[in-house]
Design a protein around this ligand. Structure first.
Ligand SMILES: [Zn+2]
Ligand SMILES: [Zn+2]
Length: 440
């Protein structure tokens, strides 16, 4: 049998309904803040990422899926979305005109990392990007939007970490100071020994414990901010205070990519191990120009959807729609049931039945596995009487209780209130039941 590629996975039902729920919440909140969806190709010219993310980053140096196409052009499966969104915005002149231009996008990204638990080579992100305005109010609004989405989704406590990376002038001074600090340090990993001259900022997000230890007394960028950048950051913090958004200053927070300027932030979910960042973002005012475009202030964030889904309680985002199972005994009853199922669906009720002539007990097990809210039972007796039995199922719509019901089927099932409903009234009767349940 052919198997999926290492590090790539299938996302299967019922897990997919949780993903749909996460995405629908995100879409809803984006809409509240005036963001519009943009859909992008997964493949871009390699140059786009080399120029935007930075040659010296791990992503570009080691982790991209890059290959020549049939004409020999170098293409790359996107390792992140920010560069692609900006490419699309500039190419289609969406940055023109006054005001903030706001976009979001959902989809898979690709990085050739060593597969490990919770890390995939195809992973999913929810991305937000806003262009055209430099004001710190926009930084705060973007952070509020991110927190809004995460609070709707995650029940636990969230930690917002913020820093300012300054403008290119601040970064140049800081880079020199950091380079000087690192130049005679012993014990840096091999990558960092190279980075301390090529791009010392990248040493800050090295994963090696040795390197992190050495950085303990390193200079921090906040001490190198120019007056404009310092004022911008102070205003961001002032507004976060005003809106009662708790944050922690994290002076060594840098983003994994080279293009960030000024406000940088990360959100971690509390209580789930050391590596529990679920989202990160920041300003990247210089990127448009680096891609050959105009001067265009920009800010955005990415939520790691795979990680987010791991943090979500199992019963979140499940399909709570009341479903109906029509159980039929005998050929004439099956005919009647088949018609009934189609009639129910035409009324937008979710309905299922068995096509294989199973026993009543087996059909009730199917209804339990489906998490059906109601079972309709049709046999010869019911056909003769012109009325079906309608049985409310216990604790529908929860797989845990479906499993419990499964056991109940094997053992003693307690008696449940069953009602006789005439065939001609059945669709209306079930519609009423289901609608009242949906409004609970
Ligand atoms: Zn500055
Ligand atoms: Zn290192």
């Amino acid at each position: 049998m052919i198997k999926a590629i290492r590090g790539m996975r299938d996302i299967l039902p019922p897990e997919t309904s949780r993903w749909q729920w996460v995405e629908s919440v995100a879409r809803e909140v984006f809409d509240l803040y005036g963001y519009q969806e943009i859909r992008l190709p997964l493949l871009e010219r390699t140059e786009l990422f080399a120029r935007s993310i930075g040659e010296e980053t791990d992503i570009v140096a080691k982790e991209m899926y890059t290959f020549p196409d049939r004409k020999g052009d170098s293409l790359t499966l996107r390792p992140e979305a920010t560069a692609s969104v900006l490419r699309a915005v500039l190419e289609n002149r969406l940055e023109k005109g006054a005001g903030v231009k706001k976009f979001y996008t959902l989809g898979p990204m690709f990085r050739y990392e060593r597969p490990q638990k919770g890390r995939f080579r195809q992973f999913w992100q929810i991305n937000c990007e806003a262009y055209g305005v430099e004001a710190p109010e926009l930084d705060v609004e973007v952070i509020l939007l991110l927190m809004h989405i995460l609070k709707r989704l995650l029940p636990g406590e969230l930690r917002l970490l913020v820093n300012s990376l300054g403008c290119p002038a601040c970064q140049m001074k800081f880079r020199a100071a950091l380079g000087l600090f690192l130049i005679n340090r012993e014990g840096l990993c091999e990558d960092c020994q190279r980075r301390r001259t090529t791009n010392p900022l990248r040493v800050l997000d090295c994963k090696s414990a040795n390197c992190q230890g050495i950085l303990h007394n390193a200079p921090v960028i906040r001490d190198y901010l120019c007056p404009d950048c310092a004022a911008h950051f102070a205003r961001v913090l002032e507004l976060l205070n005003r809106f009662n958004v708790a944050y922690e200053l994290k002076p060594r927070l840098v983003r994994g990519l080279d293009y960030y300027t000024r406000t940088a932030f990360e959100v971690a979910a509390v209580g789930l191990g050391a590596q529990d960042a679920v989202a990160g973002g920041g300003r990247y005012n210089g990127l448009a120009k680096a891609l050959g475009g105009p001067d265009l202030p920009a800010i955005g964030f990415a939520i790691g959807e795979d990680r987010l889904l791991e943090l979500l309680p199992q019963d979140f985002g499940q399909d709570l729609r009341p479903r109906i199972f029509v159980a039929a005994l005998g050929e004439p009853a099956r005919e009647r049931a088949f018609t009934l199922v189609q009639e129910l669906r035409r009324k937008d009720l979710a309905a299922e039945m068995d096509f294989e002539g199973r026993s009543l007990k087996a059909q009730m097990s199917m209804a339990d596995r489906l998490g059906a809210a109601y079972a309709v039972i049709v046999g010869d007796k019911e056909l003769e009487a012109g009325a079906a039995q309608v049985r409310p199922m216990r604790n529908f719509a929860s797989p845990a209780s479906a499993a419990a019901n499964q056991e109940a089927v094997e053992g003693e099932r307690p008696p449940v209130a069953q009602e006789k409903v005439r065939f001609e009234a059945l669709v209306d009767y079930l519609t009423g039941k289901v609608r009242s349940e949906e409004n609970l």
